[in-house]
Design a protein around this ligand. Structure first.
Ligand SMILES: Cc1ncc(COP(=O)(O)O)c(C=O)c1O
Length: 422
């Protein structure tokens, strides 16, 4: 376990570690293969699918940020999912939450149904009987995504890990939505942490990548073997860009989160918004748990447009600062319609079961000037009002957003290292 603070680990990711020339910023090793020292005398590296110095620097940084024993850097977030699933055999059971990223859901359901790769049990961790559901499933692996994509539902990681220990189950947390700056699942008891590094870790929407960080070295070594065997590892160029992105992770997360809180407040005042989903809202169902286990509420916000689906296009077309696109976690603000985009791989019944309504909109709030973001949303709501033809009755004021300052005071007890930076 590292004794360096998160901001330092992030800012110094890969810095001043060049054994060849002492380069402060790490060089990028664009090589597929490595010369042997002599016949039957391999060096530290032999082939870049197995190991690459640039990728290793990234793995070391991620491992230290998440407090793990081993990290494996993969070529997409989905390949990190595929890698984690190598822990399972056909007789084993995987428990997944009823609401998670659509691509993960597609992978789990198709591998279980079409390949019989494992038995699959879907649990709604928001229901009071989730513990009974998990016990009955007797899983080898419990998969969590908290906050979940796209409804930002919160699962109590520590409570799940406590139960998992009694069942000899492993727990994996997909930490993509918060990044290691805002949540550290291993410190809460998890065995594995997954990231789509495509998102906040890289932060500039110019690569796709993933990572799996393991608490246990033996599990990490086994999964590293599988990553090489299956060809899931990331290339040097993407690793280099991700390493560069990580160095600004903390200030980016601060800016995302500050802007998100302002956007939430603004959305709550809109008559055309019927519901706002954000863990920082005091009436969000998982608010208390989020406060206890996260170091902040993050930059993702979802809301329901209080119109019928036909007006979604009017809203999206009017936007200038929010870009209609898949993905999240980049410095630029993105907007998406999960039902037809990120979660299109879930059928209508699964979307309904996950609580994903037809007019649900997800925002990845960027780091632009918040005045421009609010003005953009305001003119898009005005465009919809113009079509609706009349102002819908104003809703009563929504519940308060817990301020970042208040929330982080509380979080410092979990991660005192962050106190100096918020
Ligand atoms: C929570 C979550 N996990 C995993 C993934 C998959 O990552 P990738 O798109 O990098 O393969 C995504 C992608 O959006 C995601 O949102």
């Amino acid at each position: 376990m590292s004794n360096r603070h998160s901001a330092t680990i992030a800012a110094r990711a890969g810095i001043a570690q060049d054994p060849a020339y002492g380069a402060v910023t790490p060089p990028m090793y664009l090589t597929s293969t490595y010369e042997l020292k002599g016949f039957r005398q391999p060096g530290a590296y032999d082939y870049s699918r197995s190991n690459n110095p640039t990728r290793d620097l990234l793995a070391d940084a991620l491992c230290e940020l998440e407090g793990g024993a081993k990290a494996i850097v993969t070529n997409t977030g989905m390949s990190a999912c595929v890698l984690a699933l190598q822990l399972l055999s056909p007789a084993d059971t995987l428990v997944i939450p009823h609401d998670c990223y659509g691509g993960s859901y597609r992978l789990f359901t198709n591998l279980a149904a079409r390949k019989q790769a494992f038995k699959l049990v879907i649990v709604n961790f928001q229901l009071p009987d989730w513990q009974e559901q998990v016990k009955a499933a007797a899983p080898k692996l419990i998969w969590l995504e908290t906050p979940s994509n796209p409804l930002l539902q919160i699962t109590d990681v520590r409570a799940v890990c406590d139960l998992a220990k009694t069942l000899q189950s492993l727990v994996l947390v997909d930490n993509t939505f918060l990044s290691p700056i805002l949540q550290n699942p291993i410190a809460l008891g998890a065995d594995l942490v997954l990231h789509s590094t495509t998102k906040y870790l890289n932060g500039h929407s110019d690569i796709v990548g993933g990572a799996l960080i393991c608490r246990d070295l033996a599990i990490g070594n086994d999964l590293k073997w599988w990553a090489n065997c299956l060809g899931l590892t990331a290339g040097a160029f993407d690793s280099h860009l991700t390493l560069r992105g990580i160095r600004t992770l903390l200030p980016r997360m601060k800016a995302h989160q500050e802007n998100a809180a302002l956007v939430v407040e603004f959305l709550q005042q809109q008559s055309l918004v019927s519901k706002v989903y954000y863990p920082g809202l005091v009436d969000h169902p998982g608010h208390a748990i989020a406060k206890a286990q996260q170091h902040g509420f993050g930059g993702m916000v979802s809301f329901d447009l209080a119109t019928d689906e036909s007006l979604l296009a009017v809203f999206f077309d009017a936007l200038r600062c929010f870009t209609l696109a898949q993905s999240l976690g980049g410095i630029e603000s993105l907007i998406c319609h999960p039902g037809s985009m990120t979660h299109a791989s879930m059928d209508a019944a699964a979307q309904k079961a996950a609580g994903l309504g037809p007019t649900l909109i997800r925002l990845s709030v960027g780091i632009e000037d918040p005045r421009d973001l609010l003005a953009d949303l305001a003119q898009a709501f005005a465009a919809v009002e113009a079509v609706v033809g009349k102002s819908a009755p104003r809703k009563p004021a929504g519940s308060a957003v817990e301020s970042t300052a208040k929330a982080t005071d509380q979080q410092f007890r979990i991660n005192p290292a962050l106190a100096a930076f918020w």
